[in-house]
Design a binder for this molecule. Structure first.
Ligand code: SAM
Length: 209
């Protein structure tokens, strides 16, 4: 938890309580339904919470923003971002029901009222969002195919509406067809070794009507 405060020192008491409670809820639910590996549970704040919040180091979501988390699994990056941005609406989608069961329990346990979950493949969902966030779900070409048509028309942020994807390693080949991407190194914000190769990829997408 100190790790979160190190990089996000302006949290409210409520947010601090929610981030603290997150560990207990995941430990408990992970025993019943395994959604996070044992090693990762031991390092929940580093590998999941702080990593998810890396998106917030790149862009601060404005109040009233709508965010889609594709393939949220156990709730990453959607749940930590929903705690950080209580004035934004988060839609967390996953095609595996049992993972969303854990997310629903965690969301309820935290008293988060800005999160909606849907059990579906994202291709089969409707909705328009300022930003679409994700981690470890699909290569960019596939991902772009899944989410096109889901971008809101109105631009409210300094970054154009589109995808904010947590990725790692060498992305040269994967992103070669996307000239408008910007890559942000999380090592510029966080000093822990875990973030050495981790990045946030911003890909603006056009509104499709
Ligand atoms: C490796 S897990 C990553 C989970 C989470 N984003 C994280 O980083 O901890 C990939 C998740 O994407 C989901 N997924 C894969 N394809 C999907 C699709 N087309 N629509 C919705 N969810 C999908 C899987 O069910 C799985 O939970």
């Amino acid at each position: 938890m100190d790790l979160i405060l190190k990089y996000f020192p302006n949290l409210t008491e409520k947010q601090i309580e929610q981030f603290k409670k997150l560990e207990l809820l995941y430990q408990d639910w992970n025993l019943k339904i395994n959604v996070v590996s044992r090693k990762d549970i031991d390092e929940l704040y580093l590998r999941h919470v702080l990593h998810s919040l890396g998106i917030a180091k790149v862009l601060s979501f404005k109040s009233g923003s709508n965010i889609l988390d594709v393939g949220t699994g156990g709730g990453f990056p959607g749940v930590p971002l929903a705690i950080l941005y209580p004035e934004c609406s988060f839609h967390l989608v996953d095609s595996i029901a049992k993972k969303l069961k854990v997310v629903d329990e965690v969301v309820e346990g935290l008293g988060l009222n800005n999160v909606k979950t849907t059990h579906s493949r994202v291709e089969d969902t409707d909705g328009q969002y300022d930003f679409i966030v994700s981690r470890a779900v699909a290569a960019m070409p596939t991902f772009v195919r899944w989410v096109k048509g889901k971008i809101a028309k109105e631009q409210r942020h300094e970054l154009k509406n589109g995808i904010l994807y947590l990725k790692g390693g060498d992305l040269t080949e994967e992103l070669q067809d996307y000239r408008t991407t910007a890559i942000y190194n999380l090592s510029d914000f966080y000093s822990e070794d875990f973030f050495e190769t981790k990045k946030v990829v911003h890909l603006p997408l056009k509104y499709k009507g």
